[in-house]
Design a protein around this ligand. Structure first.
Ligand code: NOJ
Length: 581
């Protein structure tokens, strides 16, 4: 790999992001601004601005990551873009966006936006031109192929690469729509679709309406980097880069091997294949990522507190390599914990390995959810979700919070007529924020039309108005935990071992220390739904401390109580606590 740019912050300088809270806003269901007439029943950019004080003062977030707000046919929640430099007219205007950036900056908050370098909508003008002939100016902006002819003389896609969005095949098979012999595996959807206009196949790693851009074409790379510059010039502070591993492909189109771990009927048929060629292909992938991170080091931008966070579901080795590309400016999402079950030993191993894997100057991050995962409280239950919230917030690095997580919101039941997700899966975690029960649609919108997605009626008692001012609320817990996080500058992760009275490793408790030069906290989390006692015998210097925060509202450890880690700490069911030393 080439040498790392030399523009990284000096050791003593505080990096804005190093211990920050980044709040993911899903623009379509966050808030529709009061002023908009007529009200459209979905969020707006001005609606986000309207809630900046909530985010700053009631939650304590440092930065927002906005999921796509670009013009889009909205077949994949906006991840099917037709112009990545503009604002969807139903969400507002560029002026609204610029006002949001200005207002955020006035509050010392930063704005990160979603960048989709791998694919566009098939309605994008680039694709329209590309498909129109084999010799137009964008002919090679997408990945086209004649296909192959099989032994029976039939035209077939050039290889076995599959679409990530192959899950609906399982249901299609159940409905009898697929011609598959009993015992055979359900075929994934091909990543190639025939285009009648161009008389060739085009590649789409996701849905067929999301053609992949051709990253081996320098013009494509230049166009994406120009888009980054456009937004940086508009004041944006960083990018969450979508599905980034897919930009690295083997352009020889070698078939993928089969993955024997695939479980028929349970797994996405896409998982029948290993993925070495269709994404994350090492000879192209890291180079392409590096081109994007380099933009942040260009003279015009290098002194700004910018950041890139890469979305890549990959193995540890690959993630480590990605984190080494530009540690001062870019890191991958740490999905390792998100994808594990809520068990103390698993989380302990993952956290230790993760922090150890980071390069010098790298910024860690923690994720408890996003718009692609069932909501935290639905996955873990309410009490464990509170514990997981506290546990993740105090871990050193950037803590990502998906909108509504701070309220303890749950997945909603979505009537069929509302379903928007092409997988039919992810709408339940995307329903509107709940602001105020005294207002129409809980303050989300005043529309008389249908909402973009329905309110989760089962959660209406959890709205912001109900939680604000309630010291026992989930919102209050998140705010207090974030305040504690912000007490630490440049914290280090200290892996601790929680033990039982018999001196065995504790099955249910994970303990970790967070230390900065002048402050120390210990966090102890009980993953079990019953009371336990745990000891941290090897943390002698910090044995005694006082409770700074508990995730359990009533009946947990009381604030300011003195504890001795060597003599045992009692933790209530699903209780996480912060101990101040
Ligand atoms: C990842 C995004 O998070 C997801 O919502 C989207 O469907 C895929 N990328 C495809 O763009």
């Amino acid at each position: 790999m080439e040498k790392m740019p030399q523009h990284q912050k000096k050791e003593h300088e505080k990096n804005f992001w190093e211990n920050s809270v980044v709040y993911q806003v899903y623009p379509w269901t966050f808030n529709e601004d009061e002023a908009r007439e007529p009200q459209l029943g979905h969020g707006s950019i001005a609606g986000i601005t309207e809630k900046l004080d909530y985010l700053k003062k009631d939650v304590g977030v440092d930065a927002l990551w906005l999921s796509p707000f670009y013009p889009s046919p909205m077949k994949d929640g906006g991840y099917d873009v037709i112009d990545m430099t503009a604002v969807h007219e139903e969400l507002g205007t560029l002026a609204d966006f610029e006002a949001l950036v200005t207002e955020a900056h006035e509050r010392d908050m930063k704005i990160m936006i979603d960048l989709m370098p791998n694919h566009t909508s098939n309605e994008h003008s680039w694709f329209q031109e590309s498909r129109s002939s084999k010799d137009n100016s964008k002919a090679d902006w997408y990945i086209w192929h004649d296909g192959v002819v099989d032994a029976d003389g039939n035209r077939r896609p050039p290889n076995n690469w599959a679409s990530v969005f192959s899950l609906p095949q399982l249901e299609a098979r159940k409905r009898g729509e697929l011609d598959v012999a009993p015992g055979d595996m359900t075929p994934p959807i091909s990543a190639w679709t025939w285009d009648d206009e161009r008389q060739q196949y085009y590649l789409h790693s996701f849905a067929n309406f999301q053609p992949d851009l051709n990253w081996s074409n320098p013009d494509v790379r230049a166009a994406i980097k120009d888009i980054m510059r456009t937004w940086l010039d508009r004041g944006v502070d960083g990018f969450r880069i979508d599905a980034v591993n897919y930009i690295g492909k083997n352009m020889d189109f070698t078939d993928e091997d089969t993955d024997t771990a695939y479980v028929e009927g349970v797994d996405n048929p896409y998982d029948q294949l290993r993925r070495y060629n269709s994404c994350g292909y090492p000879w192209t992938f890291y180079r392409h990522v590096r081109e994007m991170t380099d933009v942040l080091y260009e003279d015009k931008y290098k002194d700004r507190d910018t950041r890139i966070i890469l979305e890549a579901y990959m193995g540890e080795h690959e993630l480590k390599k990605l984190n080494e590309i530009a540690p001062g400016k870019a890191s991958t999402f740490n999905f390792g914990a998100l994808d594990l079950s809520w068990q103390a030993p698993l989380r302990w191993i993952q956290a230790r390995a993760y922090y150890n894997s980071l390069p010098e100057g790298g910024v860690a991050n923690q994720v408890n959810g996003n718009h692609d995962k069932p909501r935290l409280a639905s996955r873990l239950g309410d009490e464990a979700a509170r514990a997981a919230g506290l546990h993740n917030i105090l871990l050193p690095g950037m803590t990502f919070i998906y909108n509504g997580e701070e309220l303890g919101l749950h997945n909603a039941k979505i009537p069929k007529r509302y379903i928007k997700d092409p997988n039919g899966l992810r709408d339940p975690e995307r329903t509107p924020m709940l602001w105020d029960g005294h207002a129409k649609h809980h303050g989300f919108s005043r529309t008389d039309r249908h909402l973009y997605l329905p309110l989760n009626q089962a959660d209406t008692h959890l709205d912001v108005a109900a939680q604000r001012g309630d010291p026992d609320s989930s919102l209050a817990l998140y705010k207090s935990a974030i305040e504690l996080k912000h007490e630490l500058t440049r914290p280090r992760y200290v892996s601790l071992i929680a033990k039982t009275a018999e001196g065995e490793h504790h099955d249910d408790v994970m303990a970790y220390g967070v230390e900065s030069d002048d402050k120390r906290f210990t966090v102890m989390t009980n993953f079990a739904s019953r009371e336990v006692t745990a000891f941290v015998p090897n943390y002698a210097a910090r044995a005694v401390g006082s409770v700074a925060l508990s995730s359990v509202a009533a009946g947990g450890n009381s604030i300011d109580d003195s504890l001795d880690l060597k003599h045992g700490v009692r933790l209530g069911a699903n209780e996480a606590i912060v101990i101040r030393h």
